[in-house]
Design a protein around this ligand. Sequence first.
Ligand code: BYC
Length: 490
Amino acid sequence: MSNVDLSAKIPNNVRLNEDKRLQRALEGWQPGFLQWWMDMGPEGFQADQIYLRTAIDVGREGWAHFAHVKMPDYRWGIFLADAPADRKVPCGDFTGQPAWQQVPGEYRNALRRIIVTQGDTEPASVEQQRLLGRTAPSLYDLRNLFQVNVEEGRHLWAMVYLLHSYFGRDGREEAEDLLKRRSGNPDSPRILGTFNEPVEDWLSFFMFTTFTDRDGKFQLLALAESGFDPLARTARFMLTEEAHHMFVGETGVGRIVQRTAEVMNDLKTDDVAKIRAAGAIDLPTIQRYLNRWFSSSVNLFGGEESSNAAQYFAQGLKGRYKEEEKYTDHVALEGVYDLPVVEGGRLSHKQIPLRNAMNEVLRDDYVGDCEFVVQRWNKVLEKAERPERLTLPSRRFHREVGIYSGKQFDREGNLITPEEWNENRDRWLPTPGDQAFVVSLMKPVLGMGQIASWIAPPRVGINANPFEWEYVRFDRASVGVALGAKPSLT
Ligand code: BYC
């Protein structure tokens, strides 16, 4: 690739044109990425023109670039947010020293591991969502799905940039491996649990983008406080994209709740069978999906008491949410964290050194943010004059990682017996019947301005366009293949 081609193809602010080593590494990796995108990316829509936003610069203007493009032609770029030239390590044992522009030798393995774990989630989520295009409830939603997908692709590029630029040969090998693991594959699964769970329907997709992408937000906020400056700046730029993903999730669930409320009011009923017969998703089912995806995502913060987390903080590799704004003591050697633990068959409290509780400290901020989201969904019910409310389960509910895993808790976080769990499981988590019902609603609705029965249209469209607009221009030859059936396009 010539220099001109490079900048046009890979928008960047990392002086890619001048960096021969990075160019060579990316040239070697990019064909594999594209092959992965064709094999594992959104199935069936690769020839269509999607109204996508492409980041072409880090400034506000650089974000305003919208155009119809085919996904394989999307320009996945490499951007680092601006930072003061004299940025300091914000936390840990080296607080106040100049931030590192190169990887400190002693922390190389830990940093690589953090970057690989972050990087692995990005292609994983694209794999999880690859069949959803077939059942999009509207053109607007189809476009949003693909926007999320291409940006997760860019987040993979962001981590690969760090691996290629700062980790030499083993970084290049890790970058290759990021394209080899597969979500849900028992022989080579993705690294973290949630990213191996199938996302088979749009209710799950919106819950995933609400709760799992929100883990992304908080992990990236912690990495944005890293003493390793290129990681901090990369994470800061990724956060601008993450915000849109959470918008897709939160408004998606909000629109489903709104539609359900409308149907309940129209029919003057809260009878699940009648709501389902009207083609809407009943609130108890929405609540069970919420329970499932929240509890799965809560696992992603790791163990409550973690020597890894203590080490990452001490070494200045990961900070806390808003480290500089919220805290005055950035060393955190003194404090303790009051952790609810199970001892002698009952819940009690144990004080652990603050540094060892850093996963839990971040989880606190995450759970608080999720509470606000649920409150906003409840506003939709309130406005529709419905008495029902959604709630966030306790963080101890249905855990598979950490000290609460292998024990049973109810939705309020009380310790219960396995028998009590078995009696209530189907009230708390989606049943095969719920899943079959939700999947049965998933039929593509791709006419302009049309929308599926189970979700309300958005209040506004994308980039000041109306909801009724051509967010996707189908390649007529391939649309039947994409949907696995003959869709109605009008
Ligand atoms: N599943 O000390 P512990 C996103 C492992 S999402 C499976 O408790 P640590 C996105 C752990 O690796 C954000 N395994 O945990 C969202 C360790 O393994 P080893 C992704 C798990 O290390 C949507 C062991 O259990 N970014 O961006 O303090 C769409 C004990 O570990 C899980 C990051 O995660 C799990 N859930 O913390 C697209 C940031 N949890 O050492 C994208 C980078 C823990 O025994 N990652 N384990 O082999 C990290 O900072 C840390 O690795 C974690 C774990 C916070 C994930």
